[in-house]
Design a binder for this molecule. Sequence first.
Ligand code: FAD
Length: 482
Amino acid sequence: MYDVVIIGAGVTGSAVARELSRYSDLNVCVLEKGEDVCSGTSKANSAIIHAGFDAAEGSLMAKLNVEGNEMMDDLARDLDIPFKRNGSLVVCIHKEELGGLKDLYDRGVANGVKDLKILSKEEVLEMEPNLSDNVEGALYAPTGGIICPFILNIAMAENANVNGVDFFFNTEVQTLKQDEKKVWHIRTNNGEYKTKYVVNAAGVYADKFHNMVSSKKIHITPRRGDYCLLDHEMGDFVSHTIFPQPTKLGKGVLVSPTVHGNLIVGPTAIDIEDKEATATTAAGIGDLMAKAGMHVKNLPIGRKVITSFAGLRAHEDNHEFIIDWVDEAPGFFDCAGIESPGLTSSPAIGRMVGGMFKEKLGLKEKSDWIATRKGIVETKNLSIEERNELIKKNPAYGTIVCRCESITEGEILDAIHRPLGARSLDGVKRRVRAGMGRCQAGFCSPRTMEILNRELGIPMEEITKSGGKSNIVLERTKGGED
Ligand SMILES: Cc1cc2nc3c(=O)[nH]c(=O)nc-3n(C[C@H](O)[C@H](O)[C@H](O)COP(=O)(O)OP(=O)(O)OC[C@H]3O[C@@H](n4cnc5c(N)ncnc54)[C@H](O)[C@@H]3O)c2cc1C
C-alpha cells in the first residue's frame, strides 16, 4: 500500500511528487494514463513564465504565479532546465486603452510583481522594432520569462523518481472509493492501488475525480488554444514576449521567442466540451494569425510555420486554482482548475502541497534528499574541443540523428536510458528535440525508431509516436525479415 497516490504526471503532479519525495516517511507513486510524463496540457502551452500581473489581486492564482516565477531561477539551475528571463510587454494599440495598462500595472504591484514599468510608444518601439506602428505604449515586466515546458515537467518527475517516487504509465484511474478503515482503493486498467492519501492532479479531468468524492461539485471547461510554431530563422523576430491587452477569455494571442530559438504565435481561446479535442482548426489558426498581426508587423506566416498544435486549459468556473483537502473525503487532496499560469506556478504549487502534507502528517525531511539533476548534454552548444572530447569517450556523440536540430545518437541514448526514460518518438522528442525541427521528424524518425528498437528491444511494429495506437509501421512488406 502507498501512503500517497498522485493522479497525473503533468507539471502539477510532478511538482507535487518532487516535493513529497523530500520526506523520509512517505511512500509515493504517480499514476499516469499516458505513456510518459508530460502527456497532457503541460506539453502544449505557450511556455511563458508569467510575471504575475494578470490574476486577480488576492487570488491563490496571483500568489502562486508570483511565487512560482520567483522560484524559477533556482529550480532551473538545480534541475538543469532551459530558462531565460526575456521580459514581457503588454502592448496597447489604441490610445483609449492606455488606462488598461495602468490597471494591469496597479494589479501587478498589488500582486507583488517587481520592476513593472509603463513605456511610451518611442521606448517600446526602440526595444521591439517589429511591433506595429500603431503601438501607443506597453507594460514592461522584466521578470517575465520563457522556459522549456517539457523539461520543466520531465526534470521534476525524474528528480522525484530518483528520490524514490514510483511512476506507473499507461495506467488510467477509473474509479476510487474509501473503505471504513479510510484506505483509498483506486481502480485502474492495470489493477487496483491502495493508498492512505490521494492527490488529484488530473488536469482537465480533475473535476471528474473531485466530483466522485465530494457533493460540492466543480466544473472544468476545456478551453482550447491553437498555436503556430515558426522556424529558427524567425527566432529573433521579437526578443520579449509580446502580449495584447488581456480579455475575459485570457491573456490573448502572444508572439514570443522560445527558449530553443523558435518563434511561437498563439493561443486562441475556444471553450469546447471534448476533453481530448486537441486537433487544430483552420478557423483557429486564421484567427490567431489575424490577432497576432495587429501587434506586430510583417509577421512572415506561411512558409516559416513548421508546425501547429493545440492545448486545453483546465478552466474552472470560478477561474481559480483549487488546491486543498476535500472536506467530505478524508485523505483526498485536489489540485484542480490549474489553468494558465499553471506552468509558472507549478513549483509553488508543489511547495504549497508539500507544506500542507508536512503539517497534517508531521513529516520529517530526508537527510539524503537529492536536490539536483543533470540534464542531457546539448552537443550543439559545445565547442569543437568539448565535442571531440565527448566523442572520444562515447563515439555515439559523433553521429547526428536529427539534422534540423543537430541531435546526436549519444543524446538519444541518454534520453532513453536515464530515469523515466523515453519509450516513444515523442518521448525522445520532448527530451532532446529530435524531430522538433524544420522537417518535423521526416528524416530522423526511422533512425530514432532503430535506436529504440535496438536499445529497448521493442519490435519496430510496436514503436509508437506517443503510446496507445500511434504505431508508425504496421507490418513488414513482402514478408521481410530483420
Ligand atoms: C493554450 C494554453 C496556454 C498556456 N500557456 C501557459 C503559459 O504560457 N504559462 C503558464 O504558466 N501556463 C500556461 N498554461 C497552463 C499550463 O499549461 C497548465 O496549467 C499546466 O500544464 C497544467 O498542468 P497539470 O499537470 O495540472 O495538467 P496536465 O499537464 O494536463 O496533467 C494532467 C495529467 O493527468 C493525466 N490524467 C488525466 N486523467 C487521468 C486518469 N484517469 N488516470 C491517470 N492519469 C490521468 C493526463 O494524462 C495528464 O498527463 C497554458 C495552457 C494552455 C492550454
